[in-house]
Ligand binder design. Structure first.
Ligand SMILES: NC(=O)C1=CN([C@@H]2O[C@H](COP(=O)(O)OP(=O)(O)OC[C@H]3O[C@@H](n4cnc5c(N)ncnc54)[C@H](OP(=O)(O)O)[C@@H]3O)[C@@H](O)[C@H]2O)C=CC1
Ligand SMILES: O=C(O)C1=N[C@H](C(=O)O)C[C@H](O)C1
Length: 252
């Protein structure tokens, strides 16, 4: 994702890639990585504070990992740089703290569990369907290198559905798991199932059941390119914002 995002910014008219933050590449430039044409000489930093002092970026894009992203986002806000975050795995407490920090600093920030427009539509359609069909299970399917489960998209989908779905504990009231985890994760009484397999990229089905009927809303990302128009959109939007927005559905 990071490599794709670097390409996207470099190709986008009106945007300039001023630097890259990579915790391992000491003293290197993009040209040294071999991933980019040698004309791409943006410096690679290992410390965000130094990067910001030297290059004064408007925006920091983070596509790293769930263990590092909270610290990166907080540091960016403290340094006065607007974060655009695609990395998933925030806790509710972390989101609340970062929202407050952005408000205090009057800085725009976007945390987008999914940048793909099709995935945003899937979530919006699922929220609409849940008003009428409150029995819902989410199946998210990803490549087997993914660190967080459930996916950020699945959590966001469940949160959006919960805003409109009448409270309900699904399944039989006396159901019993004979193998732990068989019924998936419980989010307000609805279930989330995480599949991890090589060969998958990023896929999700939201299943709604009703009397004698089943509705399935499905989205598939076939490659990382599916997320890039969303990344560019967020970079453009965040510079004129003054608060943190969690989820692209709030600004599209
Ligand atoms: N919002 C969206 O639409 C999407 C979000 N994602 C999310 O984006 C994140 C990245 O995904 P993906 O590119 O597939 O993951 P990868 O594992 O392929 O890439 C993550 C990169 O981050 C680097 N990294 C890890 N820790 C740090 C750190 N502390 N500081 C700087 N760099 C670090 C890794 O380096 P190294 O390998 O050397 O440790 C690696 O190069 C995940 O959280 C994923 O869920 C993914 C796709 C779409
Ligand atoms: O790790 C991934 O690959 C993805 N992560 C995001 C998530 O957790 O929802 C977005 C997309 O599903 C790809």
């Amino acid at each position: 994702m990071g490599t794709e995002a670097v390409h996207t910014v470099m190709k986008k008219e009106g945007m300039e890639l001023v630097a890259v933050l990579d915790y391992k590449q000491i003293g290197a430039t993009l040209a040294d990585t071999g991933l980019f044409p040698t004309s791409y000489t943006a410096p690679i930093y290992t410390e965000m504070a130094q990067l910001v002092a030297d290059t004064k970026p408007d925006v920091l894009v983070d596509l790293t990992n769930p263990h590092a992203v909270y610290a990166h986002t907080k540091e960016a806000l403290q340094l006065g740089v607007r974060p655009v975050i695609g990395t998933t795995g925030f806790t509710d407490e972390q989101l609340a703290e970062l929202t407050q920090l952005a408000a205090d600093k009057e800085l725009g920030a976007i945390i987008a569990p999914n940048f793909a427009i099709g995935a945003i539509l899937m979530m919006k359609f699922a929220k609409e369907a849940a008003k009428y069909l409150p029995d819902v299970e989410i199946i998210e399917m990803h490549h087997d290198q993914k660190l967080d489960a459930p996916s950020g998209t699945a959590v966001k989908t469940a949160q959006m559905i919960s805003e409109v779905r009448q409270a309900k504990q699904q399944g039989h009231p006396d159901e019993k798991e004979t193998l732990a985890g068989a019924r998936g994760a419980d989010f307000d009484g609805m279930r989330i199932h995480s599949v991890r397999l090589p060969g998958l990229v990023a896929h999700q089905e939201v299943l709604f059941g009703g009397e004698g009927q089943l509705l399935t809303i499905r989205h598939d990302s076939m490659n990382r390119g599916s997320f890039m128009s969303g990344v560019a959109f967020c970079i453009e939007e965040v510079v004129s914002m003054k608060t943190l927005v969690y989820g692209l559905e709030n600004i599209i």
